[in-house]
Write a protein of this length. Structure first.
Length: 463
């Protein structure tokens, strides 16, 4: 549904946030609507850039009065599902100015604004000799990552990042500001930890810190021609590995870009990266079987914890990409065969990377004090990504990601990890029946008219 704003209503919106609201046709509209994923063409009814929580309240109330829905967004890493569902009646609320970071070592938390990226929070924790449960990229927004789950390099030991939240501050659909934690509106606190952005606009979060100042971390690299024995060894080792190790496996085909390190530029490689929360001796013991396969490069060593935010070498600053994801209940030999057929050295594919994230450990155990997403049921989750430089490469990339998913379908557990789902999926597949019922009930209670639009919506409208 396209909203036709009256001139008076349009001017009232433009006057919000000190003039930091842009409508189609305005000079600042195109720059304000750009997502981190440059392949996603967001065309909302308006874009607002509030500077603080008070301005968020004003925008939420004004949008509701204008008949617009509201979609909070920091970077737009996972903007695809939101744009695909349509933004004609949506005000996009870009929160990047809410980026304050404060470490509180006495309470063991880092407090961040709702638009904060991971790197400043990682640095603030590191200055206290601690760590937060960050992701694999420094420029991902903390709120979106944390509300959707969050799998980092300590995840098999410490669980999903969402369950390390100690408090969340939100603006609700009626414009009220609330702070939720274990002792204040525990039901809503449960819902936002894993339930995503359907419940309100997050203006601040508090993250638990952990006494981690260093880790035994790095990567092992082989030429892609040598992938088969490496993948079979890793696939057999990963499900039973101790909780203190978390790793990822990738088959990568890298373009000859000048900003890539020389050892990766224009190459096809197999990479295992990750971290061990333990001594060098323990790390060497856990990696012995993989090292016996004689990697070309081995960088595992004792490193500062804050360096792990760039361990995965994810691109920064925005790229055009398409992707697909599948959660696997197991990775037996037949699944390895299927993966190799679609991503191995003889595959004809446009995939930049075909990744398997190691789950299990604390990720697989339900946390009784956790939120709506307290654990993940599978042993592995895949993430297949291709560059989308134009319509043809986007179509090819989606087709190749889909083929990998189809090949692994016999091992799919039917669940979704929504942070990796960059196309619309049925949101309910991330949760069991009881949790979904509770989530939809809470969404109806706090947002009965469906004001908030999320990339993976709870309640109305539901994908």
């Amino acid at each position: 549904m396209t909203i036709d704003l009256t001139p008076v209503r349009a001017e009232s919106l433009r006057g919000l946030c000190g003039g930091r609201v842009h409508l189609p046709g305005d000079g600042g509209y195109d720059a304000a609507r750009v997502a981190w994923n440059l392949a996603v063409d967001q065309r909302p009814a308006a874009v607002a850039l509030p500077r603080d929580a008070a301005e968020v309240v004003e925008v939420v109330r004004a949008a509701a009065d204008a008949g617009l829905r509201v979609a909070p967004q920091t970077t737009g890493h996972n903007a695809g599902p939101l744009a695909a569902r349509g933004l004609d009646d949506v005000l996009l609320l870009r929160l990047s100015a809410l980026d304050q970071v404060t470490a509180d070592p006495r309470r063991g938390v880092v407090r961040v604004g709702g638009g904060t990226l991971w790197e400043p929070a990682v640095d603030a924790a590191a200055a206290q000799g601690t760590a937060v449960l960050h992701g694999s990229s420094p420029d991902v927004g903390i709120a979106g990552y944390s509300l959707g789950g969050g799998i980092g390099w300590y995840a098999r030991k410490l669980g999903l990042a969402t369950n390390s939240l100690t408090a969340v501050e939100l603006v609700l659909a009626d414009g009220t500001q609330v702070r939720v934690d274990a002792d204040h509106d525990a039901d809503l606190f449960w819902a936002v930890r894993g339930g995503g952005g359907s419940f309100g606009v997050v203006t601040a979060l508090e993250l638990r810190t952990f006494p981690i100042s260093t880790a035994y971390a790095g990567f092992l690299l082989w030429d892609l021609a040598d992938i088969e024995p490496v993948l079979r060894e890793w696939a057999a080792w990963a499900p039973e590995a101790p909780d203190e190790v978390t790793t990822s496996f990738r088959a990568m085909r890298l373009p000859p870009l000048p900003d890539l390190p020389e050892f990766l530029r224009g190459r096809s490689v197999a990479v295992i990266d990750g971290a061990v929360l333990g001594s060098e001796e323990r790390g060497a013991e856990l990696l012995a079987g993989l090292r016996a396969l004689r990697p070309e490069i081995d960088t595992f060593a004792r490193v500062p914890a804050k360096s792990l935010v760039r361990l995965h070498m994810d691109p920064e600053g925005g790229v055009p990409a398409v992707s697909g994801s599948t959660m696997l209940h197991s990775l037996p030999d037949a699944a390895v065969d299927a993966f190799l057929a679609e991503a191995g050295p003889d595959a004809h594919t446009s995939l930049l990377a075909a990744e398997l994230r190691q789950l299990g450990g604390a990720l697989g155990r339900s946390d009784p004090t956790g939120g709506a997403l307290s654990c993940l049921d599978g042993q592995f989750v895949t993430y297949a990504v291709a560059m989308a430089l134009d319509a043809d490469t986007a179509t090819q990339g989606l087709a190749d990601a889909g083929r990998l998913g189809d090949a692994l379908a016999p091992f799919d557990n039917g669940r979704s990890y929504l942070n990796f789902a960059e196309s619309p999926v049925a949101t309910r597949t991330a949760y069991g029946v009881d949790r979904w019922s509770r989530l939809t009930g809470l969404r109806d209670a706090v947002d009965p008219h469906g004001l908030f639009a999320a990339n993976h919506p709870i309640g109305h409208p539901n994908g």
